[in-house]
Ligand binder design. Structure first.
Ligand SMILES: [Ca+2]
Ligand SMILES: [Ca+2]
Length: 124
């Protein structure tokens, strides 16, 4: 089969369409990645799933236990520690886990808002 010029034009047009679609998909993926990135900075959310709950308290205790026994960090991303150090004393320990559990209890009983807001009501 011999391609004519008009076939070539159609082929080029198809390739262009595919390229455009691929670029649109890549843009969408980048957008998803950007929004996921924005969602990870949540105080108390040690496992970066966007929520503050008992799983985070557990992750904080696991980290604390691992550090206490010189087994090194269990965190794989700097953001884990930023979120886990709830009282911002540069340590991830049982105090942070306790705060996370208290905040989770607050949320579970109808409370709302961020952990920062809740912490502000706890001080003093
Ligand atoms: Ca979480
Ligand atoms: Ca801390």
């Amino acid at each position: 089969m011999k391609f004519t010029d008009s076939h070539n034009v159609v082929l080029v047009a198809n390739v262009m369409t595919l390229k455009t679609q691929a670029m649109a998909m890549m843009a969408a993926v980048a957008l998803c990645a950007a929004s996921a990135q924005a969602a990870v900075s949540v105080l108390g959310d040690a496992n970066l799933d966007g929520r503050v709950d008992a799983v985070d308290a557990s992750a904080i205790l696991r980290e604390y236990a691992s550090l206490s026994t010189s087994q090194g960090t269990t965190f794989t991303d700097p953001q884990h520690k930023i979120n886990a150090d709830v009282n911002k004393d540069k340590k991830v320990d049982a105090k942070d886990a306790s705060l996370v559990l208290s905040f989770y209890a607050f949320l579970s009983t109808g409370g709302s808002g961020s952990m920062e807001d809740w912490l502000a009501t706890q001080a003093g």
